[in-house]
Design a protein. Sequence first.
Length: 174
Amino acid sequence: MSPSPLDALVAEAASKSGLLWVRPAGSARAWPAWHVWLDGSAYVVSGPGEQRLPELRGDVELVLRSKDSGARLLTVPATAEPLSPADEGWGPATTALAASRLNAPVEPAALPARWQAAGDVVTRLHPAADPTEAPGSYLDDSGAAAPAPTDATTSGLRPRHLGGPRRRRARGRG
């Protein structure tokens, strides 16, 4: 049985872009996540020293973007399943994740052991149904959410202009 055109579009969108947005069920906010696409599922790694994601378990929503424009392309219901090192999919998933991690502090071959030792979580995100949004059937809202709360503050006054202090020109003789 051949995959449906929507399955092919999900696979194409997920494999072409290294970034997706994931929204846990019941959450108003989606988080950006670096991922790899392997065997019909997206895999993400999160934890200490890796990307910060909420606990991903059960129903989630994936928002896939266009690599060309960065715009929302598809919204797909999915199931999130954390993997343990004993799972059959751990090896292929961590090998693919390690190979695509560009700024790792250690060699790619050492990353799976580092993730295991640090307690990082590798999660499989498997599309569970046809997209709820696709080309030709987008919702009217922007999908934007309020920024996450932070205790960051601005210290001091804002500069009067963006160029910094005015420079004085040396007067020429003559």
